[in-house]
Design a protein around this ligand. Structure first.
Ligand SMILES: [Zn+2]
Ligand SMILES: [Zn+2]
Length: 235
């Protein structure tokens, strides 16, 4: 952790609102947004500050921890999630239900959410969800039914991985032997057991929903989004 790291990222199509300055502070989870930025609503910026990290791709910033109440943000600012028109991530109520189920046993749902700029406006996309360690069979049954979509990639720690030991190096090849049943007959795009410390579901922006599937990604909004090559507006 270094206290002097900062980098500036400019949003495309200079609308004056996309500049985000990452300043990290020792002991904090991540950096903060530029206090002068106008892209992210103030109340949201206040919540994500000290948790943001540089984007992985054409975004403004992202968070990957479990500290941010995105459920409250989705209530106060539903347009932030609507604007992204994401296909393949679970419906938001499924995410919040997973958060509640995990919280009951003291586990924290972590979300990878990216702040993006679409046509000059702020949008949020969910690129991942998961939890530290390997779930019990009972929890797996509940959580996998909520978080597995037909466009998701699922990664579970191999049963012999000690999450407290950190990432094993060198990593062994991922295996498919030992995969567990996912209820509701949902087939993810991929599901592997790996030398990883988290049980993790990864999602795309524009996944292709499998016909006849009943996973939580098949929301009415997702069905209306044009599937296939799409002119990706906003960048
Ligand atoms: Zn955090
Ligand atoms: Zn599906």
């Amino acid at each position: 952790m270094s206290g002097d790291t900062h980098c500036t990222v400019s949003g495309d199509g200079d609308t004056g609102g996309g500049r985000v300055l990452f300043l990290s502070e020792p002991g904090s989870c991540g950096g903060r947004l530029d206090p002068e930025q106008v892209l992210v609503p103030n109340d949201v910026a206040e919540v994500v500050d000290w948790h943001v990290r540089p984007p992985r791709w054409e975004g403004v910033a992202r968070t990957t921890c479990g500290h941010i109440d995105y459920e409250l943000i989705s209530v106060n600012h539903p347009e932030l999630f609507d604007l992204r028109e994401q296909v393949g991530a679970p419906a938001l109520p499924a995410l919040w239900e997973a958060k509640r189920v995990l919280a009951e046993v003291g586990l924290l749902l972590q979300l990878e959410v990216q702040i993006e700029q679409i046509q000059g406006r702020c949008a949020l996309a969910v690129y991942g969800a998961g939890v530290e360690g390997r779930l019990t069979d009972a929890l797996w049954a509940e959580i996998s039914a909520l978080l597995t979509t037909c466009c998701s990639m699922v990664r579970e720690p191999r049963p012999d991985v000690d999450p407290l030991a950190g990432v094993l190096t060198p990593r062994r090849p991922a295996i498919t032997r030992g995969r567990r049943m996912i209820p509701a007959s949902v087939r993810p795009a991929a599901y592997e057991l790996d030398d990883t410390t988290h049980t993790w579901w990864s999602y795309e922006v524009f996944g292709t929903l499998r016909e006849g599937c009943a996973c939580t990604a098949h929301t009415p909004a997702a069905q209306t989004v044009h599937i296939g090559p799409k002119s990706r507006v906003g960048w």
